[in-house]
Design a protein around this ligand. Structure first.
Ligand code: C5P
Length: 218
């Protein structure tokens, strides 16, 4: 079974994906990680994020193992890391070089310890439209920018990262704009995606609704 969960930043895709992966015995691929990894390589190498050729080179050299190693860095999930990921993800050449790595995963899905999985849950922006258009079930999870900024702000605070709500809201809106307007693979629901607006829903409600839909469709 292949499930895709797309939607804007901080819509709750990660938490939902992890819970569904646990319930159905599926491997989980958070595809934002590939762009975070390339963005972080640029930051660590002191490169200008506008340097498209170097970003493409970094994308071409990225491996799964390198991505996992980079994910341990404190800036991988920071606001700075998110901004770098958002910028490099807008370059078509970067996206093209990361396609195979994302697609190969569903052909041979495995858990982190290498054991085979029954299928995959993808979480991202274009996983139902570009990475795996043949997925069995597609969700598009969204919420208002204010609700998403509040969730992301609470996450940062819980991790002890200092920030302001207004800064997070501005960042969420900038990333939405970039995701929606890039020429290559803009973020949009697949024609056959189920759209869930989670603005007024808690994570348990979202999870219950997703399970209800999967049980009908699988
Ligand atoms: O989901 P996350 O915030 O980790 O993604 C980091 C960045 O990577 C996002 O701002 C988005 O622009 C980009 N991204 C993308 N396509 C995906 C997943 C993430 O362009 N499938």
């Amino acid at each position: 079974m292949i499930i895709t969960i797309d939607g804007p930043a901080a819509a709750g895709k990660g938490t939902l994906s992890q819970k569904l992966a646990d319930k159905y015995g599926l491997a989980y691929f958070d595809t934002g990680m590939v762009y975070r990894a390339v963005g972080l390589c640029m930051l660590l190498g002191g490169k200008d994020l506008k340097d498209v050729a170097t970003a493409e080179q970094e994308a071409g050299a990225l491996t799964f193992a390198k991505m996992i190693e980079l994910s341990k860095h404190s800036d991988f999930r920071s606001a700075k890391g998110g901004e770098a990921a958002s910028i490099v993800s807008s370059y078509p050449g970067v996206r093209a070089r990361l396609l195979d790595m994302q697609r190969n995963f569903y052909k041979n899905p495995t858990f982190a310890d290498g054991t085979p999985a029954k299928g995959v849950i993808y979480d991202g922006r274009d996983t139902g439209t570009v990475i795996c258009p043949s997925a069995d079930i597609k969700f598009f999870i969204t919420a208002s920018p204010e609700v998403r900024a509040r969730r992301r702000y609470d996450e940062f605070v819980a991790k002890g990262m200092e920030t302001e709500y207004e800064t997070v809201l501005k960042d969420v809106k900038t990333r939405d704009e970039r995701d929606a307007n890039r020429k290559d693979a803009p973020m949009k629901p697949a024609d056959d995606a189920i759209i869930l607006d989670t603005s007024d829903m808690g994570i348990d409600e979202v999870y219950d609704e997703a399970v209800r839909i999967i049980e009908v469709k699988k």
